[in-house]
Design a protein around this ligand. Sequence first.
Ligand SMILES: [Zn+2]
Length: 148
Amino acid sequence: MASCKLCGQDADSLKKVKIEGATLKVCDSCSDMGEEVGTSKKRKKKTRSRSARPRSEKVLVNDYGSRIKEAREEEGISIKELADELNEKVSLLSKLEKEDLKPDNSLAKKIEDRLGIDLYTTPTVHDHDAPSSDSRKATLGDVAEVKD
Ligand SMILES: [Zn+2]
């Protein structure tokens, strides 16, 4: 049989209560004097910090220049023809192909659309709860689970 640390009374069950900074095991009636601690009754506020998680932003591939060049040559068009089609300067495109210059988003998109290539990639994030974009896509159609 345990006894209350406050009133000394024997009690069947004691509660851990914080009273004036000290945690004491007290009886039911004394527990009103303090704040109950360490029980499941206490609300557990779980704040998971996610700030460290990098956003899965797309990044320009390292070999964007050769990708553009190869795709362009496969199409059998010159840099000038491509530049004309995209309404861009030849010098700009040749810089891109030499990887002297990185295209901005809108230009990259234009090139991607015209040549049917991908200039951006999603970096692999070593994060245990980050499914790959492929599996995320695959489950999109399966989310509509009907429960009766
Ligand atoms: Zn007591």
